[in-house]
Design a protein around this ligand. Structure first.
Ligand SMILES: NC(=O)c1ccc[n+]([C@@H]2O[C@H](COP(=O)([O-])OP(=O)(O)OC[C@H]3O[C@@H](n4cnc5c(N)ncnc54)[C@H](OP(=O)(O)O)[C@@H]3O)[C@@H](O)[C@H]2O)c1
Length: 290
């Protein structure tokens, strides 16, 4: 592995005892259309993962449900044996159905099976971080997470998992998890235009827990806002760059996992996230999600 050619914006964060770059990579977009099946461009997908590692990114986000079992195997093919600094964060709690839906799979036996599949597909003996994915495609749903979370705690006790997190969770579920066992991260939907978790982010920052926004660029519906475009054009930057730079500025516990299936976009995003925003820019951007 050569020395990274650019320095990554945002510096580092520590998940429990694992240091990661705040600029990470979300691997979901590497599977086929609708996150089902193999990628149209297999070698292109491997190239994106290798470029992420070359750039010095040490945080890759994935899930067994991506493909299903496609993205994890691509990560293994591209990067195994893994650089010693690389941390792969995966999630369990949903599977895929014939229609491409994401039905929940949160019985203890589902969670155990998913952890073992992740270990096998990634070629690991221990998973760095496992998030329990809650709710559904519409967002978080209230309800106890105790049964599946306790199953993960048991797998951690057995040495199969290093750290735990929750995803697509309500603030109450975050608190419930923390009453059962320590967590190192919360992965929820959040971006410039979707700011339901503002309060939770600040609370977690106070506790030294990472907040990892999924859909940082809007996900399947790219972020669009005239205020965002105005700030971007004033700075001679792309809206994507501004959205990522804003997240890094929003709170020190925010870790970025923007997704892309393109090496060019990955490089663009790394450079773009380093954009410097003035107080005036921030004030304008803050209005978007209000
Ligand atoms: N916990 C959960 O329930 C959950 C749910 C969803 C996602 N996630 C995680 O969050 C990660 C990020 O989410 P995401 O990938 O769905 O959404 P995202 O990062 O908000 O956006 C990705 C989309 O933006 C495009 N894009 C990226 N960089 C671009 C650029 N510079 N210019 C133009 N277009 C660009 C990508 O297209 P190209 O491929 O063409 O670049 C892709 O369509 C995922 O990879 C996954 O790991 C978690």
């Amino acid at each position: 592995m050569s020395t990274p050619s650019v320095s990554l914006p945002g510096g580092t964060w520590t998940l429990g005892d694992l240091t990661v770059t705040r600029f990470g990579y979300g691997a979901m977009q590497l599977a086929g259309p609708g996150v089902m099946g193999p990628p149209a461009d297999h070698d292109g997908a491997l190239a994106v993962l290798r470029e992420a590692a070359e750039l010095g990114i040490t945080h890759i986000d994935t899930a067994g449900a991506y493909g299903p079992r496609v993205t994890n195997r691509l990560i293994r093919e591209a990067l195994h044996p893994y650089p010693g600094t690389l941390r792969i964060v995966t999630k369990v709690g949903a599977v895929r159905d014939q229609q491409g839906g994401w039905p929940p799979a949160r019985r203890p036996e589902d969670v155990r099976r998913a952890v073992h599949e992740n270990l096998q597909d990634l070629g690991l003996e221990t998973l760095d971080v496992v998030n329990l994915r809650l709710g559904d495609a519409q967002g978080p749903r209230p309800g106890s997470l105790a049964e599946p979370f306790e199953a993960l705690v048991e797998l951690r006790r057995q040495g199969l998992i290093r750290h735990l997190g929750v995803s697509n969770a309500t603030a109450e579920q975050v608190a419930e998890a923390q009453a059962i066992a320590p967590i190192v991260c919360v992965q929820n939907m959040y971006n410039l235009a979707h700011r339901r978790d503002d309060e939770l982010i600040d609370e977690l920052a106070g506790q030294g827990i990472a907040y990892v926004p999924f859909f940082p660029l809007g996900g399947f519906t790219p972020l669009q806002s005239s205020a965002l475009s105005a700030v971007a054009s004033r700075l001679d930057a792309t809206p994507m760059s501004v959205a990522l730079a804003w997240l890094l500025r929003r709170s020190p516990n925010i870790l970025l996992i923007p997704g892309t299936s393109s090496v060019a976009h990955l490089r663009e995003n790394v450079t773009g996230a380093g954009l410097s925003l003035s107080d005036e820019d921030l004030a304008e951007l803050d209005e978007i999600g209000r």
